[in-house]
Design a protein around this ligand. Structure first.
Ligand code: LLP
Length: 447
């Protein structure tokens, strides 16, 4: 398969140069500077459509696609989700604020997170439709916050004080299934038995009793086994476990079930073809349908929570090459971005690919390693990838850069986070501007 297939679906080679959505990255780099992140709307739409079509095909009851905001959230992306009726998974009050800025309504906001702070919980109760409760302590804190709000509004009889309405918040419990998926790296596993995420079977049952005794609106379950897998079969056992618990707790009508997200994408040509979303959805839907039938359960409202598989391929990172160093067998191509905008090689040993923006057809004559400008030997983007003889000053493009890059970015070495440009039908719009020194100093007051 071709490296180009890792890029957005609108990517083409014209006159031996890369174009995305009909736009020339050379011109975009001149206008917005580098490093630069480009997001292709056509790719986002196609991935969202794949999920919707697969759900319509395989699942006969209500179902929703929830975009995992942790993959990358900004106001424009939040607005885009609403143009497609997606729900948005927010981790804590910061992401809730971004979702609200993008016009995401309460009923579309789902709040996740381990050990959510009181502020996260208050923000969730105020603005979200659903909280996925991670642990018993958190559940008890939610109960306290809800009771205080209720008492306050009763005493004050003042709707402006009654900011925390109990009526429309819904709770799910996060199950730790104790079943791993193959995600290529231990740091992207969440469902294995010793993980920090979620509740064991016994804790879930205790939480369900607590909800019943305290009249809390428990409506469903969630689990998330890990991120970037392409074999959906371990989900079957976790689904069984979830449905057993649903039966034991007595979920009847109007209940919700979310087997999380985690479906993978291809980052390197060795991993092509792209994982098939239809297959992932089919495995989940068929197992939920069959499992409910066997247990005499009503079909739940099914929620899928993709992050990476919606947004990773839509994003491309453009860097300008500075110096090139030859050291033993290594050819170091040094760029103007690296671990501060893409931590994934340093954190997970993630393997990426790359194309030069111009002269794409040149023979891939040597293996190069691409590294950033930061004071850290792990500031590497790619190691030993066959590439043409790259020259200083050239632009290079790294595909599959849309998820967990900018979302995990930092200001290490006082670096500025890159600008983000949205590409749609040949139009380019700046959706997040590059940081400046003023941004770095904004919350730094000195002595
Ligand atoms: N739902 C929950 C509750 C999650 O925790 C996550 C991801 C998702 C959905 C979406 O997973 P996705 O479909 O994007 O794989 N930084 C790592 C990934 C961490 C994922 C954390 N949770 C990486 O760069 O690979």
């Amino acid at each position: 398969m071709d490296r180009l297939d890792l890029f957005p679906i609108s990517a083409k080679i014209k006159n031996d140069s890369l174009t995305i959505a009909g736009r020339d990255p050379v011109k975009l780099a001149e206008e917005y500077g580098t490093p630069l992140y480009l997001y292709d709307k056509a790719t986002l739409e196609a991935s969202a459509l794949d999920y919707k079509k697969a759900l319509a095909l395989h699942y006969p009851a209500p179902a929703s696609v929830t975009y995992a905001g942790k993959a990358f959230l900004c106001t424009a992306i939040a607005q885009w989700t609403q143009a497609h009726g997606l729900h948005v998974d927010c981790t804590g009050e910061g992401e809730i604020a971004i979702a609200l800025a993008g016009g995401v309504p309460r009923e579309h906001i789902l709040v996740h997170g381990v050990n959510k702070s009181t502020n996260d919980l208050k923000s969730a109760i105020q603005h979200a439709g659903t909280i996925a409760v991670d642990n018993l302590t958190e559940l008890k804190r939610i109960h306290v916050i809800l009771s205080e709000a209720k008492n306050l509004s009763r005493v004050m009889q003042d709707s402006s004080v009654a900011m925390l309405p109990q009526s429309d918040i819904v709770l799910w419990l996060r199950l730790l299934p104790g079943i791993a998926v193959d995600t290529h790296h231990a740091h992207t596993q969440t469902g294995q038995h010793d993980s920090k995420f979620g509740m064991t079977r016994e804790e879930i049952l205790e939480a369900a009793i607590f909800c019943r005794n305290n009249n809390l609106p428990l409506k469903g379950f969630h689990f998330h086994q890990g991120s970037n897998f392409r074999d959906a079969s371990p989900l079957k056992a976790a689904i069984e476990l979830g449905l057993d618990l649903a039966k034991e707790i007595g979920f009847a009508n109007d209940w919700h079930f979310s087997p999380g997200g985690g479906w993978g994408v291809a980052y390197h040509e060795d991993e092509l073809p792209q994982p098939d979303t239809n297959e992932y959805v089919r495995v989940i839907a068929e197992n939920v349908i069959e499992g409910c039938k066997v247990r005499g359960l009503t079909l739940p409202h099914l929620h899928l929570e993709p992050g990476r598989s919606l947004v990773a391929r839509a994003g491309v990172a453009i860097y300008r090459v500075g110096a090139i160093k030859r050291r033993g067998n290594k050819v170091w191509v040094l760029t103007d971005g690296g671990m501060t905008d893409n931590l994934r090689y340093a954190m997970y040993g993630a393997r990426y690919s790359c194309l030069p923006v111009t002269g794409v057809g040149r023979e891939r004559s040597e293996k190069v390693s691409i590294a950033g400008p930061y004071c850290e030997s792990g500031d590497v983007l790619i190691e030993d990838l066959p590439m043409p003889n790259i020259e200083e000053g050239e632009l290079i493009a790294i595909p599959a850069s849309g998820a967990y890059h900018l979302a995990m970015s930092s200001n290490y070495n006082g670096s500025y986070r890159p600008a983000v440009v949205w590409l749609e039908d040949g139009k380019a719009s700046l959706i997040v501007r590059r940081e400046t020194a003023d941004d770095l100093l904004k919350r730094d007051f000195g002595l």
